[in-house]
Design a protein around this ligand. Structure first.
Ligand SMILES: Cc1cc2nc3c(=O)[nH]c(=O)nc-3n(C[C@H](O)[C@H](O)[C@H](O)COP(=O)(O)OP(=O)(O)OC[C@H]3O[C@@H](n4cnc5c(N)ncnc54)[C@H](O)[C@@H]3O)c2cc1C
Length: 493
């Protein structure tokens, strides 16, 4: 057991010991499910065919939604779920969650009228008082309506024609979502679990009675087959869950079809301290623009998709940029301002649409005549992943481990490892090079890092901007040449 939660990649050792539960897919849902199961006392193995959190979860807009958006459709179930899930993050990982000021300019149009938003904000506050934890309410302030002048003061580039005022509320923001996921996996490992990246599940091992015995897999770094033993398997492969286990997919439903979603990191400042929620003049989808110093993270554009794992076309990127220009006259990004496209596949309600699914998919294959001990969870939001995972694990425990007790056993878990943002780290590296190297070494040695991309994109956020990636990669390569094969000279530091 790794008490400090060191994630060491050792597939052979993992294959030598039986696990209670194997979680396939280390996105936010897999990581959250693994954490919950390990806290209930199960010995858990997490497998991912790529790097931890390297797919959909990496592309999230990083907003932990409080639920205001769901009040517009009177979806109180989702509202409650969002508020409670946000409380979970605030309680469990307070150092990684911060309040996010959100501002939506209001015009005299449709649902974006002051007369509608005013009562919605009041109801938002009332329901938060009922469902949010105290710690969440302490961290995340409330909401109110603003006059047009205050909106202009806060957001000078706002479209002013017809501006009636604004709605100001607070969501929560995860500035380094990579750390959330890695901290979850460190806690799993500290409880006797194991987490392996670059290991692809290829099928299930079953006994003659159609009961799960484990997972057949391939170690993608050595290109060798490997088998892991367990009493239960949870398929958390996100957009690939159906491809992995189509035979046991719940029949008779068209939902959870693939759709494309993407955000753009733009090299243009937004000149506001708030995250703004805007629509193109004349209507259309609402986009969130989050200021990041001289840059802006904008999302989310949605489109139909043929299958999982697609990337947006140039036409879709242009349309997104056009929408942003039409929404904010003083903000005029060009294609050359796109620093990064963050794309992922989201479940849609119907094939060939971008009508995003709102309900998690849960399946117990054994209950429908499939393999006993095989389960599937495909969630719809980063925000609500911990609660979806809790429900899933509760059901797995009831079905397969009825003698296992409730959550938690009072064990101490590793404290979150603080990681500076890129500028802070770059300063440290300039002024205290050895301190900076030691900090990176702790991550490389203890967090299952195989490549420089693992390090800079999925353990820390230092590589989000490509020019910063290059600079950080040169530095990391000078210390750890094995991470950038063929690039860095050993001992060049
Ligand atoms: C552009 C965008 C913006 C978003 N913004 C937000 C937001 O602001 N707030 C919010 O709450 N939600 C947001 N979401 C939604 C949220 O990101 C997703 O709901 C969530 O990340 C899905 O997580 P997941 O674990 O189900 O899937 P993934 O993160 O895709 O994880 C699935 C994992 O399974 C692995 N895998 C697949 N097949 C196999 C196999 N055979 N063997 C082993 N491993 C396998 C993959 O490598 C992958 O790592 C956004 C999504 C997108 C795309």
């Amino acid at each position: 057991m790794s008490v400090d939660g060191a994630i060491r990649r050792d597939p052979e050792s993992a294959a030598a010991e039986p696990f209670d539960l194997i979680v396939v897919g280390a996105g936010i849902h897999g990581a959250a499910a693994a954490l919950e199961a390990s806290r209930r006392g199960l010995r858990v193995l997490v497998l991912d065919r790529g790097d931890f959190g390297g797919e959909t979860s990496w592309s999230s807009l990083r907003i932990l939604h409080g639920g205001l958006r769901y009040l517009q459709s009177f979806d109180l179930v989702r509202f409650r779920e969002s508020v409670k899930a946000r409380s979970w993050y605030v309680r469990e990982l307070p150092s990684l969650v911060e309040p996010l000021v959100c501002l939506m300019p209001l015009y005299g149009e449709g649902p974006r009228r002051k007369t509608l938003l005013g009562p919605a904000l009041a109801l938002n506050e009332l329901l938060r008082r009922v469902w949010a934890a105290d710690s969440e309410r302490d961290l995340i302030p409330g909401s109110r309506l603003l006059g047009a002048t205050e909106v202009r003061n806060r957001f000078p580039a706002v479209r002013t024609t017809g501006l009636q005022g604004g709605a100001l509320w607070h969501d929560a923001y995860v500035s380094q979502p990579q750390r959330v996921l890695i901290e979850m996996l460190r806690r799993v490992v500290s409880r006797g679990g194991s987490a392996l990246n670059y290991v692809e599940a290829t099928g299930w091992c079953l006994d003659d009675g159609n009961r799960i015995l484990g997972v057949e897999a391939r170690d993608l770094l050595t290109d060798t087959p490997i088998t892991f033993a367990s009493r239960a398997v949870l398929n958390c492969a996100g957009p690939w869950a159906r491809g992995l286990d189509g035979a046991n997919w719940p029949a008779g439903t068209e939902s959870h079809a693939p759709s494309l979603a993407f955000n753009l990191l733009l090299d243009c400042p937004l000149d506001t301290a708030s995250t703004v929620a805007v629509q193109p003049a004349g209507g259309g989808r609402t986009y969130f623009l989050h200021p990041m110093g001289t840059r802006t993270l904008a999302g989310t554009y949605h489109a139909a998709a043929d299958g999982p794992g697609g990337t947006p076309s140039e036409a879709q990127i242009s349309e997104f940029i056009g929408d942003l220009r039409a929404a904010i006259p003083g903000f005029a990004p060009a294609r050359s301002d796109v620093l990064r496209v963050l794309a992922g596949t989201l479940p849609a309600k119907r094939v060939g649409t971008d009508d995003v699914e709102t309900r998690d998919l849960w399946a117990d294959a054994g209950a429908r005549g499939g393999p006993e001990g095989l389960f599937t969870l495909v969630g719809v939001k980063y925000t609500t992943a911990p609660l979806a995972a809790k429900r899933a694990v509760k059901r797995i425990v009831q079905r397969c481990f009825p003698t296992v007790g409730g959550t938690g056993d009072g064990m101490t878990e590793p404290a979150p490892r603080p990681v500076p943002a890129w500028q802070e780290f770059a300063d440290l590296a300039r002024n205290h090079r050895e301190q900076a190297r030691v900090l990176v070494q702790a991550i490389v040695d203890n967090e299952g890092v195989t490549t420089v991309e693992d390090l800079l994109l999925r353990r820390v956020d230092w590589g989000l901007v490509p020019s910063e990636f290059d600079e950080a990669a040169r530095l990391a390569g000078s210390w750890f040449p094995e991470l950038v094969p063929g690039e860095a000279e050993p001992g060049s530091d």
